[in-house]
Each structure stands twice: as C-alpha cells, then as structure tokens.
Design a protein around this ligand. Sequence first.
Ligand code: F0G
Length: 523
Amino acid sequence: AAALQGYAEFARPQTAELLRILSLDKPYVRAHDDYLCYRDEAGDEVEVLDIAGGYGSLILGHNHPELRRLAISQLRQEMPTHAQMSIRGEAGLLCRDLDAELHAATGRHFVITLGNSGAEAVEAAAKHARMAQLARLDAFAEQVERRLARIRAAEAAAKRLGGTLELILDGHAHTSFDAFAAAVRASNARAVVAAAPRFLAAQGAFHGKTMGALALTHKPLFRDPFLRGGTETNFFDWQRLSADPAAAHALVAAGAYTLILPGTVVDGRVTCQHETFNAYAALFLEPIQGEAGVIPVPPEAAMALVAAVRAAGVPVVVDEIQTGFYRTGALLASSRMGLVGDYYLLGKSLGGGLAKIAACAVTREHYLPRFGLLHTSTNVEDDPSCGIARKALVIARQLGDAVQARGGQLRAGFEALRTRYPQVIRDVRGEGLMLGIAFADMKLRQSYGLQLLARSGYMGYVLAGHLLHEHGIRVAPALAASTVIRIQPSAYIKATEIERVLAAFDQLCRIVDNEDIYKLIEF
Ligand code: F0G
C-alpha cells in the first residue's frame, strides 16, 4: 500500500490512476523465468505468467540463474562500477564480442558506443550521423577555400602580367576574384541553409522518448506535447513505397541538393563543378515496427529504399533494439530479411533482463574516432552491466532454435484461434517470439458496451486486465496500437505455458465474440 501511494503521489500520478481503473495496479515483488509475483491481501505471493516480457527485454526471462550468479559474484569481488577516464575492461570485451557477432551476421566490422537505454543508443546514432554529415560539409567547405586561395594567387599573378582570369559560375563570367569568391560562398551558404538537415523514418516509427529519439518517433500523442511542428524528420509510408517502385528514389532525391566547387585554373579560365549532398543525415528503420503494432516492413520496398539511401551516401541505421538479440531467432532480424545497414542498435534484451544497457554499432568505414571523445555519460560502460551483457550474449546465441520452435507453436496456436474467431482476431503478425495479435475493430459491434470500450482507445488494456485477473497472465498492448496485444515471452517458455496462454485467449475470444462485455470488466 505504501508503494502504491508513493507511486501515485510522488512518481506518476496519472499513470497510477489509470492502472487502478484498469485493475493493473500491482506492485510485483519477485520475478523468475517467465513469472512475476505480487502479494495478495493476505500477504501470499501470487504468480503471474509474464508474456509482456519487459516489452521485449526478457528473451532470457527474469533473473536468469547464470546472470544472477554472475551479478552476485561481481558484488563479492567488489567489481568497480565507476571508473570513468580509464580503460573500461568489461566494456572493451563486450564491444569486441558484439563486433564478432555482428561481423558474423553482416560481414562488416564495427566500433560500438554503449548507452544506458535504447533511446540513448538512438541518440548516439542520430548524433553520429549528424556529425558525419557536418564533417562532410566542413571538409567540402575547406576544399572550396583551398581552391579559392589558389585562384586568388593565380589572379594576382595574371594581374602582374597585365591580364585577368575568366571566372565562370553558372554561365556568368566574373572578372574579379572577390566577386567570384563571394558568389560561390553565398550560393553554397544559401543551399546549405535551404537544405534543412533532417532524418528519414517510417510512419509508425518508434525509436524512444528522449528529445533526439522522440524526433524520430512518429506518433503525435508522444511528439506533440514536446516537439510540435518540428520538421527534423520526414516520415514516409511503407505502403506507398511498396506500391510504387520509383517512390524510394523520389524520396531520397527530395533531400538532394548541390554545392559549387570551383575548378582549377586552365588557360586563364576557371569553371565550376557541382557536387551533390543530401539533407538526410540518416535513414532510421525498424525491421519489424514493434510499438506500432508488430508490423514487419515490406521486404522489397525496404531493400529498394536502403539501396537508394546508401547510393546517396546517407547511412542506414537499423534499430534492432526490440527485434534484435535473438528475439526473432537471429542476432539481427534485418539480416534474416537480407537488409544491410551501416549502423545497428541493440538494447532491451542485451542486458539479459538484469542490466540497463544498449549499444550503437557503427561500421568501421563510417565511424568518426572523434565521436568517442565527445559522446560520454557518467553511468555508461560500467563493468557489471557490460559483464552481464557479455554473458547474456553467450547464452542467447544458443537459443535461436528454441525461439523458432516456441514462436512457431505460439503462432500456429494463434492462427488457429483466428480461424475459430475471425470476427475477433483480425491478424497474427511478427516473427519468432515477437508476435502481435491484432483484435478486430469493435466500434461497429452490436453491443453498446463493446462499442464504447473500442472508442475509449483502451480496449487492449481492458483485455490485458481480464487476462491478468481471470487467468494470471500478463500481456501488454502496443503503445500506439492498443488493439494489438504483444506476445514477447522468453525463449524458455514451456510448451505447457504456451498451451495455458492459448487456452486463456480462447476463452477471451469467446467472451468478445459473444459480446459478454460484463465478463470482461468485472473481476
Ligand atoms: N527503439 C525501438 C525499436 C523500441 O522498441 C524502443 C522501445 C526504443 C528504441 C527505445 O528504447 O525504451 O530503452 O529507451 N520500445 C518500447 C516499446 C518502449 O514499447 O516498444 P528504450
């Protein structure tokens, strides 16, 4: 009760109120495998089968025994947590191991920036991509100035001999160096200002909620209170890209602009070239959009877009924070789909369900060494978290087959339910142990109560409350699509537990199909 009051009064008043209304207001006190435990009024522990799985953070389940043993031994040996400005041993080993795994999946090598959360890994990628874009512009501006300096010297030499240079810019011949240089600089400055730097991301994208990550997150509900009218990201529509093969090129071309590079002096004459740049600092993409409702990207459109973006010299950031770390059976969901990126982001399960850690891996060709000097944070790269993540990697890489088998069993079961209740379950989506069960729109059902529930936008939460109270099963709707229930258990979920989940959903579907709304909301 004290915990509840503390949370409601001093932590998140509105969230606590909402959880109370939805009867989801349980303080869990213990967790293991796929179970969370709360205490009932009598003080006895009640176990709940946890299918929400930390929103995808628990591919190894809660408190994995090997990771617990490791954490305890770390404390016993007084492993340092804070040793900034030193060689961080476990961080070095973790990044080396992550590079080896990423290399096996992509054939490329990486330099890896660690973070404390998924949003922070997104932040690192966005900052790095922006830094690279600015570095290219700076290098170009220096090249322009070097060329201008040479032209100025050539003009001075020509003047001493009583001659002039012909300086041609956009068909116009300047005879004074100063006018020519001013025109080149002004034209380039105008072009750079006009091409406001931005990112490219998909409609429905979710990349986290710090200011930087939020700029890449699509849903107005999350963005608008903080970033209204922001133009930092152009959000494209995967469906439109799918329908029109030329759309990917048009999308990338929309960011293209040219800058002027003066040539060298040839026979008293200077002409200019144009070099193409792109306003997009990076494309961010999720192989399967999780929070949007477990929506896999259309593979052909994704391949076409990635190819067009990379051809324009714009890096591709593959956000595998939710899909990665064996959630779909492989280290990267993108490599299973044949998608190639330049940066990869991992988070969630990387910490083995115990540590808060995320990673932004940038290919060696793209990595800017100066970034590591500039992008730092107090809590990052701590030995305990890195040690746990390293062990989690060793454990998780053996689970690919289990993920496929369990995912297959869940999928087949839910497909059978969809066949049985076509009016209730509209779609079963996803890969491996990242499934989304899309419930049909109930707004037009006979029952007024069901209509009301559907209109409230809380349908998924009501279904979650019912499953929790009637069946002791914890599920979570997708944040942006609350009629999609996400199924993200650990790779250790047992066949019997899957049967239990399917039986509970069967009963739930029957209630909804019969429009027995009172059975949904009374517990
Ligand atoms: N990227 C993706 C693809 C995510 O799904 C999330 C979080 C983040 C980044 C941000 O990570 O929360 O550690 O800062 N997704 C959760 C969800 C919250 O509900 O899908 P974070």
